[in-house]
Design a protein around this ligand. Structure first.
Ligand SMILES: Nc1ncnc2c1ncn2[C@@H]1O[C@H](COP(=O)(O)OP(=O)(O)OP(=O)(O)O)[C@@H](O)[C@H]1O
Length: 241
């Protein structure tokens, strides 16, 4: 059945992915066999209780951690086959990360924080263009201490997007923000997804955020226990919590 969406390439094909931390009686089964297909350009939201495996899953997809078994294909590349150098190259060229805490360098301006990444990227955006995309055109000369939490998070998003990654992984990007500020951060992610087609994954504890997604995945005890597609995406600026 047609979904009405244009045909897209598959960016991730995940098969029976498991992750166990530790061994013997102390072993923690963080992922117990996850299967998922993701099309390029999708906006994905991952929900689930604390400890259900969301961050572990994203860290493996982002090349920050390794699976215990199973496969994670990124287009034709099996991430689970890559050595450390291969994973580093994958992260550097294809992946942007946004975390709950912004990790900006306090002594550098917004523009300089973004430039640090563009200087080592193959085909970067102009840092000012990346900052304009997240609504910070007028703030490029400000230092982190002169910016609100939401603005600092948007600098972190500009830094992640400036190297034109194929995919963005965002782990609790609004976790430290109030609702009004949080929706502006989500709006920046929505804009990047729509305007340059970056595939975006957002982990959140906030079920309201799911309304802005194409697809919503629910984790429970190391497995995907639910998945749904939204017929329409709610604009982030209309979300309230
Ligand atoms: N480095 C690690 N060593 C040992 N156990 C770990 C490690 N990282 C995660 N775990 C465990 O794996 C399980 C899944 O953790 P994970 O962080 O993926 O869950 P989560 O759904 O992202 O939780 P939260 O919403 O609280 O961030 C938990 O039981 C956690 O304690």
């Amino acid at each position: 059945m047609s979904t009405g969406r244009p045909a897209r390439r598959r960016i991730y094909h995940i098969e029976d992915l498991t992750k166990t931390y530790g061994t013997g009686p102390a072993a923690v089964h963080a992922l117990r066999g996850v299967n998922l297909d993701v099309d390029e350009g999708e906006m994905f939201v991952l929900l689930g209780p604390s400890g259900s495996g969301k961050s572990t899953f994203l860290n493996i997809l982002g090349g920050l951690d390794r699976a215990t078994s199973g496969h994670a294909h990124f287009f034709d590349t099996n991430l689970t086959d890559l050595d450390d150098d291969g994973l580093t190259e994958y992260r550097r060229e294809s992946v942007g990360f946004v975390f709950q805490f912004y990790n900006l360098i306090a002594s550098l301006t917004a523009h300089e924080n973004v430039s640090l990444i563009t200087q080592i990227s193959k085909d970067p955006m102009d840092p000012a263009e990346a900052l304009a995309m997240v609504g910070l055109k007028e703030r490029i000369k400000h230092f982190p201490s002169q910016l609100s939490g939401g603005e600092q998070q948007r600098v972190a998003i500009a830094r992640a997007i400036a190297k034109r990654p194929r995919v963005m992984f965002c782990d609790e990007p609004t976790g430290a923000l109030d609702s009004e500020t949080g929706v502006r951060v989500l709006d920046a992610l929505d804009r990047i997804n729509r305007e340059i087609g970056t595939t975006v994954f957002i982990i959140t504890h906030n079920a309201v955020v799911a309304e802005m997604a194409d697809d919503v995945v629910l984790f429970g005890d190391g497995r995907i226990v639910g998945r749904r597609s939204n017929a329409t995406r709610k604009p982030p600026l209309e979300l309230r919590w």
